[in-house]
Write a protein that binds this ligand. Structure first.
Ligand SMILES: [Zn+2]
Length: 334
């Protein structure tokens, strides 16, 4: 909880490094020769994440909100059937909700709603692949409306805005400019737009306890992506090197010394560097591990040390002694 200028900004789902970035970083450290496309992908994802954190600092500084606000970052909710929709920022205030979709590319966003057209161009005027951010955020508004109605909140306005992080990005509206510029803007213009919305005559006001329950219900409904990560990143499991990654210098191959891990390269000592290693195994290989597999993966030669580590991880398990299989728990099941 954060108190600033008399308004409470409550983080229901905090700004954390997305799992896709954490796994991609680990994968790059684990590949002998990471392909440049993965490095480029990581650069793009990090740029997006940096922009999201910048937006948060902006919202905190800018005194955008008149009333208490509940904030959820990187929310992924089931849509109809087997699909999901993802929201960068959801801000719930007693008067209305804001969905902010952050865009960090330095591109030209060219809209022509009269002709149902959208183009994304780079500086050289070449077409770049990318979705229409306004259509994207409007779809999120539609999907979220259903969820909010489910929790018994009706007549609650939801506003979707695409927020541009990069000062070099440009919006061009070839038709309906007023409508376009209300839905996509650079960070410094968000405050004015959001303040205007908050001064509109509210049909009703949602009470803070009701809003808080909704915020928690949405956070609990969050479904982190569970892809087949090797397929997702297009890598072969046989290229992934086992070992514990040093959290300080990111070299692979920490050594077990009594109750901790030691890095030969930077002499860093870590008590729980193996936690991320288990996360990596469950993500890149399979959602279960045996003592033998864990020995290989952590590069240990002692089955009793491995057993002690597995036991301390509080993993789910089935079977007895040598046949025991361990499964991810809440910490490793991200
Ligand atoms: Zn190190």
């Amino acid at each position: 909880m954060k108190n600033f200028f008399g308004v409470i900004m409550m983080f229901i789902k905090n700004v954390e490094k997305p799992i896709t970035i954490a796994l991609l970083e680990a994968l790059i450290y684990r590949l002998k020769q990471p392909p440049p496309r993965l490095e480029a992908m990581l650069k793009g994802l990090n740029q997006g994440f940096r922009a999201e954190r910048e937006l948060l600092y902006y919202l905190e500084r800018a005194r955008v909100f008149k009333e208490d606000v509940f904030l959820l970052h990187d929310l992924r909710l089931p849509a109809n059937g087997s699909t999901f929709f993802q929201i960068d920022f959801l801000l719930l205030t007693p008067l209305c909700a804001f969905i902010l979709e952050v865009k960090s590319q330095p591109h030209y966003f060219i809209f022509n709603p009269a002709a149902n057209q959208f183009r994304l161009e780079n500086n050289a005027g070449n077409l770049v692949s990318g979705n229409d951010p306004i259509a994207q955020v409007e779809e999120q508004v539609d999907q979220l409306r259903w969820w909010i109605a489910e929790y018994g909140i009706n007549h609650y306005p939801i506003y979707g805005i695409a927020a541009l992080a990069n000062p070099r990005s440009t919006v061009i509206a070839k038709s309906n400019p007023e409508q376009i510029h209300q839905k996509i803007m650079h960070f410094p213009y968000l405050k004015k737009r959001m303040k205007i919305i908050q001064t509109e005559d509210p049909k009703s006001k949602v009470s803070i306890p009701h809003l808080k329950r909704l915020a928690h219900a949405l956070a609990n409904a969050h479904c982190p992506p569970r892809y087949n990560w090797c397929e997702y990143f297009e890598v072969n499991t046989k290229d992934i090197q086992p070992g514990v990654i040093c959290p300080n210098c990111f070299r692979i191959g920490m050594q077990r010394k009594r109750y901790s891990w030691y890095c030969n390269s930077c002499h860093h000592i870590s008590k729980n560097a193996h936690h991320d290693a288990f996360r990596d195994f469950f993500s890149f290989f399979k959602p279960s591990i045996t003592n033998k597999e864990a020995r290989w993966w952590l590069q240990l030669d002692n089955r009793f040390t491995t057993h002690a580590i597995l036991k301390n991880m509080n993993l789910e398990s089935s079977g007895e002694t040598r046949g025991r299989v361990y499964y991810p728990n809440l910490q490793t099941r991200r």
